[in-house]
Design a protein around this ligand. Sequence first.
Ligand code: FES
Length: 157
Amino acid sequence: MPDFTADKAKFDELKEFIASKKDTQGPLMPVMQKAQDLFGCLPIQVQDVIAEDLDIPMTEVYGVATFYSQFSLEPKGEHVIGVCMGTACYVKNSQPILDRLAKELKVEVGKTTPDGKFTLEATRCLGCCGLAPVIMIDDQVFGRLEPDEIPAILEKF
Ligand code: FES
């Protein structure tokens, strides 16, 4: 885990942002979004600052951080793989695709490989159901996939 406390400039920017939002309505979501943009994720040290400066319980910050999928508690890998688990993809066998990715990368869903290269995620409908089953790696879409195509796709990254 990187040492986020060393990032003084980012903490200063976050604290300034919190101060500017503190007295507005519903400051928590914009503050968390800002923190995630700054740090790439919401590690515990960052959540601490948010709770303290907004003067709200840590449990509230943690609850929001874990509830909304746009927030991540851990840094993401260099490449983020999203496997669509929407209905169209699911019926076209996205589960075996996800399983194969987990096996090839030796990583659980929602986790990042130890070398920091890939994060594997299950997602909702990606909006291209005609190509089911679909995965996205960063901003590239791969559709009509078979599990056996996975190793060659990963090679490209
Ligand atoms: S269900 Fe997978 S893209 Fe829509």
